[in-house]
Design a protein around this ligand. Structure first.
Ligand code: AHG
Ligand code: MN
Ligand code: MN
Ligand code: MN
Length: 333
């Protein structure tokens, strides 16, 4: 029976009492946006919003109609409540100010409205990723307010639109997952205090980029592929969904390691994934669940951002494997 179980609203109110009591309302608005996106994504081709929007975002990626709609859903659900100083997203060149008619707060919401959007037209899981930062007092956010290391995030989370829609959240009190009960419209706490197993025999990386990787990553993956007879003495399994949200979700549920490392494919890009709205929130969720998140050379949450859409190498998941990769980088450098 669902009655008596912990809803997302109850959880956020209880877990943000005191210093961040005004963040609860913001998280509930984020959840409302996520429910709207979930309903839209769940309609598939019937929504009439499949395919390209025929526009590109600031990073030169083709925008899907659904990228643009999901971005709009989050802006409209979250701009009015008086908790925010500003918002920024993968799909907007510059930070988006709070409209004149609404009060300002001290939080900054940074998001990837639709992660894995190349999967949206083929009915594979996609998601929404978000990060919440704060400035010292209420007002209009400046660019500098957004360029804070991930260690300063006050909350982070993602929604996964899969067979079930789930919201995974950390307000710095562990990592907890909620499942959307489609009949009641409530997110119900189903996975409290997730722990990532320290060891794993499962890795995720886009191996089509192998020739562009640095030697430490080539070495690590070669050792995994060598199986029982190689130096690792074990057979490894591999997965690649091309939705970071789905990979991180699998790792939170059963362990594993995810890599989108530095490569030489495009020397102007130090990695594929974006620091502020992909790497940082996922790193916080993984660390809060006992895992580790690194660029290979430094803790992701310690990277000092220099630009809103900055990219960064990402290696995250089960602690022992992330530490092994850091060792391989040290030995190489
Ligand atoms: P987005 O759809 O938000 O632009 O992000 C896609 C990201 C991430 O979800 C995934 O891990 C990666 O791109 C997949 O990249 P490849 O297509 O290079 O495998
Ligand atoms: Mn994109
Ligand atoms: Mn993404
Ligand atoms: Mn995206």
């Amino acid at each position: 029976m669902l009655f008596g179980r912990t809803t997302l609203s109850k959880f956020v109110i209880e877990h943000t009492r005191g210093q961040h009591s005004d963040m609860g309302a913001l998280l509930i608005d984020v959840a409302a946006a996520v429910k709207g996106i979930s309903a839209l994504v769940g309609k598939g081709a019937l929504s009439g919003f499949s395919g390209s929007a025929a526009t590109t975002n600031v990073q030169g990626e083709e925008q899907k109609k659904i990228d643009v709609l999901a971005n709009e859903a989050i802006l409209r659900h979250c701009e009015w409540g008086g908790q925010l100083a500003g918002m920024a997203s993968e799909e907007m060149d510059e930070p988006c100010p709070i409209p004149e008619s609404y009060p300002r707060g001290r939080y900054l919401l940074v998001f990837d409205p639709l992660d894995g959007s190349s999967n949206s037209d083929v009915n594979v899981s996609v998601g929404t990723i978000f990060s919440i930062l704060q400035r010292p007092q209420a007002g209009d956010a400046t660019l500098a307010d957004f360029l804070r290391p991930g260690a300063e995030q006050v909350a982070a989370g993602y929604a996964i639109y899969g067979p079930a829609t789930m919201l995974v959240l950390s307000v710095r009190t562990g990592t907890h997952a909620f499942t959307l009960d489609r009949e009641s419209g409530n997110f119900i706490l189903t996975h409290p205090d997730i722990r990532v197993p320290e060891a794993t025999r499962e890795f995720a990386i886009n191996t089509s980029n192998e020739r562009f990787w640095e030697p430490p990553v080539q070495r690590y993956v070669a050792e995994c592929k060598a199986g029982k007879t190689g130096v690792r003495g074990a057979d490894f399994n591999m997965r690649w969904i091309a939705s970071m949200v789905a990979e991180v979700h699998r790792i939170l549920m059963r362990g594993g390691i995810f890599m989108y490392p530095k490569d030489s494919k495009d020397p102007s890009k130090p990695g594929r994934l974006r620091l502020l709205y992909e790497a940082n929130p996922m790193a916080m969720l993984i660390e809060q669940a006992g895992g580790a998140a690194s660029t290979g050379r430094e803790r992701i949450l310690d990277v000092a951002p220099e630009a809103l859409h900055q990219r960064v190498p990402v290696i995250l998941g089960s602690r022992e494997e992330v530490e092994r990769l850091e060792r391989y980088h040290q030995e190489f450098d």
